[in-house]
Design a binder for this molecule. Sequence first.
Ligand code: NI
Length: 262
Amino acid sequence: MIFDTHCHLNDEALYHRIDEVMENAKKVGVNKFLVVGWDKESSLLAIDIAHQYPECYAAIGFHPCNIEGVSEEDFLDVMSHLDDPKVVALGEIGLDYHWVQDPILKEHQKEWFIKQIKYANLHQKPISIHNREAFADCLNILKENRPLYSGVMHCYSGSVELLKDVLDLGLYIGLDGPVTFTNAKTPKEVAQDVPLDKLVVETDSPYLSPHPLRGTVNEPKNIALIIDEIARVRQQSKKHIIDALYKNSCRLFGIENEENHQ
Ligand code: NI
């Protein structure tokens, strides 16, 4: 059993054929999906999908690139769903400095990140963290505003050295397609060094297709390629990895692990 802990089935690229996408994933053993929102519409759609499909859960929140112009009313509307039992995380939230140079916009991202961590803590939810080219600020915010119900560094892009800082905050490490890229040295080192009980896998589909599918529309079924590569670099059996990742994901998101009943 495999849990894709970060996918955007609510993205138009996948949503228009969601049944087929989920069937494809089930064929390779994916039986749980965390559908992650990035703004109001995508968050509300993630909740709809989670209600419609028992295998799906929702993460809701405002991505740092989607905060400009959001009204307080829309923000509160999304947050009002945090106690929905199928909403298991707040995300994706964080900092993205890739396209942003303006210090005022950076401050704005920080405010939104902090504000959303507070809501997660208030509603006892873990967070899914998006961090792009903002590692130092991201870590400082997390240290000063600790996520009390854990969370995941989605698509972890940091070094092996920084792993400890993230793990000290009680967070999990999410690995995605980049771990399979032939020229990706750091993600492979991270996959090798991260404690297995702190690792989860994600596709971030429709983005970040793993090797050799780079450039195509990604789907949760491709998570198999990510797991293969993790098993290879760790020199552990696929079964061992899959079992551990599934347990971690259920623990992180407070979802019952039906394997315990067997
Ligand atoms: Ni994402």
